[in-house]
Design a protein around this ligand. Structure first.
Ligand SMILES: C[S@@+](CC[C@H](N)C(=O)[O-])C[C@H]1O[C@@H](n2cnc3c(N)ncnc32)[C@H](O)[C@@H]1O
Length: 268
């Protein structure tokens, strides 16, 4: 099984957590912190790309889906444009929505460097500020795990369905941790990339992961929630999607009960 933490990459190694949050850095006033940080990703916007540098296996997959759709493509949780920029570079229009202004700032900078234009909008997965109807909505790299209840997931799926043309596709990937992965990583600092550390605290009962990431360029803690594959399927069907494919990896191999699932669904 490929190693795929959030982000996933080559196997992380146990390590020291590095400097504590405020060491060696100017302190930010409490009020300013609350006022300016609206997403846990804001604090790691500059760290995100080095943190996810080894995550490359999904890019060709989403690009292929984008080409198949003809575009435009709506990416929910666009982040720093890891997927959106290669799609736009292929000549396909991309609307990217994200709740983190910090991530969108990095994304805009990266897009300019790559010489592509992205239509970036601050917004929520459950209520994307998008009036257009598109043939493809994507939500790569487990962004749906940021939704914690079935109510939130169904709200998000309904919003996606409303923004798809008839027969349009919704393509995403998620993960469901295995007992072995939980036992191996629980509550341990692991060095994901040089000087970038993460610690996963799993709650199998609640099916939640509290993930802390720390590097020289930032630190954050975020809460994620997972579901077994059959529950994702039931929610999708309830929300008016037909599951065309559920792959176990981005090479389109069949899902065989592993941790990753890659979904190609169609608006019914
Ligand atoms: C794991 S990153 C994925 C980024 C990008 N899609 C990629 O593949 O590299 C998750 C992204 O989802 C965004 N996000 C999390 N919760 C969100 C929400 N409720 N609404 C909109 N974006 C959200 C985060 O800000 C972050 O940029």
């Amino acid at each position: 099984m490929e190693e795929r933490s959030l982000p996933r990459a080559s196997a992380p190694v146990p390590g020291e957590p590095g400097p504590a949050k405020d060491e060696g850095r100017a302190r930010v006033g409490h009020v300013e912190t609350i006022a300016s940080v609206s997403s846990p990703y804001d604090a790691i916007a500059e760290l995100y790309d080095p943190w996810s540098v080894s995550v490359v296996e999904d890019v060709a997959f989403y690009l292929e889906e984008a080409r198949r759709s003809g575009g435009p493509v709506l990416e929910l949780g666009v982040g720093t444009g890891r997927i959106a920029i290669p799609i736009a570079a292929d000549g396909i229009r991309v609307i990217g929505v994200d709740s983190s202004r910090g991530m969108l700032d990095v994304c805009a900078r990266r897009a300019a460097l790559a010489g592509v234009t992205l239509d970036l909008r601050v917004g929520d997965l459950r209520e994307p500020p998008v009036d257009e109807h598109v043939p493809l909505v994507i939500c790569p790299f487990r962004s749906l795990l940021h939704l914690h209840t079935d109510e939130e997931r169904l709200r998000c799926f309904a919003a996606i369905r409303e923004r798809l043309v008839p027969e349009g596709h919704f393509v995403f990937d998620v993960f469901t941790p295995g007992a072995e992965d939980i036992a191996r990583t629980h509550d341990r600092w692991l060095e994901r990339e040089p000087r970038i550390f993460e610690r996963a605290v799993w709650d199998e009962q609640e099916r939640t992961l509290t993930l802390t990431v720390r590097g020289d360029a930032g630190e954050t803690t975020m809460a994620l929630a997972w579901l077994p594959v059959d529950e994702w399927r039931a929610l999708l069907e309830r929300a008016g999607f037909e599951v065309e494919e559920c792959y176990g990896w981005f090479d389109r191999s069949a899902f065989k009960g592993g941790e990753d699932s890659v979904w190609v669904t169609r608006r019914r």
